[in-house]
Design a protein around this ligand. Structure first.
Ligand SMILES: C[C@@]1(CC(=O)O)c2cc3[nH]c(cc4nc(cc5[nH]c(cc(n2)[C@H]1CCC(=O)O)[C@@](C)(CC(=O)O)[C@@H]5CCC(=O)O)C(CC(=O)O)=C4CCC(=O)O)c(CCC(=O)O)c3CC(=O)O
Ligand SMILES: NC(=O)C1=CN([C@@H]2O[C@H](COP(=O)(O)OP(=O)(O)OC[C@H]3O[C@@H](n4cnc5c(N)ncnc54)[C@H](O)[C@@H]3O)[C@@H](O)[C@H]2O)C=CC1
Length: 214
């Protein structure tokens, strides 16, 4: 079994070509629209949702059957037609070193799409290497119940603190200690967050570090 390795990709301005315009293509587009990639759908028919994206100029649509030329400049190719022969043909013509997701037979491609849960800057992705998309979906639902919707605000707080700490005059060991302390449940409280942030900002303004937590 090939072991697939999770990575986070910057797809901004990259050419993404999706062959097929059905429900699977639609799900991929919904996710990829957040990436800033240049999405082109090649398909004689598209769903209403994809049509809306096209009308809003969010995706390009080539209203036709697949031809090898469609993928010659692609960074990422997604194979999502309901015709196995066409899917096979896309694989055959995909340029070397292209990322390929075959939604109809995952092991043919070189990337999978995990299911993704976001809470602001926090991303948790789940995959079972093709064993059970239904289990994947169930685990995502359990995670959604564990992390409240506003959890991203706490993660943003951690980000801001870490950026401030990077530029603070505190010694390295102190950085590490504080970064760990920030994981205490106490810091889920907005009041404590604000207090800590003003202490940190104060530290920065006062190079000698005479600020005090209390
Ligand atoms: C490899 C992978 C992805 C990839 O395409 O890269 C893949 C592959 C395949 N899925 C198939 C079938 C189904 N997939 C779903 C649903 C989802 N599938 C998703 C992910 C993945 N599916 C990746 C692996 C994830 C992992 O490793 O766990 C989810 C989690 C995320 C997403 O796609 O957005 C999304 C949940 C959406 C949500 O959260 O709402 C349902 C419907 C359902 O149950 O709801 C069915 C029908 C039931 C069944 O068959 O189980 C088939 C057979 C196709 C055929 O029969 O022809 C293949 C091909 C193969 O297995 O080779
Ligand atoms: N990875 C996943 O999570 C899942 C994968 N699948 C697989 O994905 C395939 C597609 O599923 P859906 O999107 O639900 O099917 P669908 O029937 O909704 O869409 C198929 C699309 O392919 C297009 N198409 C057909 N021939 C074409 C060609 N020659 N060139 C370009 N486009 C062409 C059709 O016009 C249509 O837009 C299924 O056959 C199934 O094998 C299905 C469910 C989940």
């Amino acid at each position: 079994m090939t072991r697939f390795i999770p990575l986070m990709f910057d797809l901004n301005n990259k050419n993404i070509v999706i062959i097929g315009g059905g429900h699977v293509a639609e799900r991929r587009i919904r996710l990829l629209l957040e990436s800033g990639g240049k999405i082109t759908v090649t398909s004689p028919k598209i769903t209403q949702e994809i049509r809306n994206y096209w009308e809003q100029g969010k995706v390009n649509w080539l209203k036709k059957y697949f031809e090898p030329n469609d993928i010659s400049n692609a960074f990422l190719v997604i194979i999502a037609t309901n015709n196995p022969q066409v899917n096979e043909l896309v694989l055959q013509y995909a340029p070397k070193n292209t990322l390929i997701n075959d939604a109809t037979n995952a092991s043919n491609g070189n990337i999978h799409f995990p299911t993704i849960m976001n809470r602001g800057r926090l991303t948790i992705s789940v995959a079972t290497n093709g064993a059970s998309p239904k289990l994947t979906k169930q685990i995502k639902q359990q995670l959604e119940a564990t992390f409240p919707e506003n959890y991203g605000e706490y993660v943003d707080f951690l980000y801001e603190c870490r950026e401030l700490l990077k530029n603070s005059p505190l010694p390295k060991e102190e950085h590490q200690k504080l970064l760990k302390q920030l994981l205490d449940d106490d810091f889920h409280s907005k009041t404590n967050q604000q207090q800590f942030l003003s202490w940190l900002k104060n530290l920065q303004n006062n190079e000698k570090g005479q600020g005090d937590l209390n």
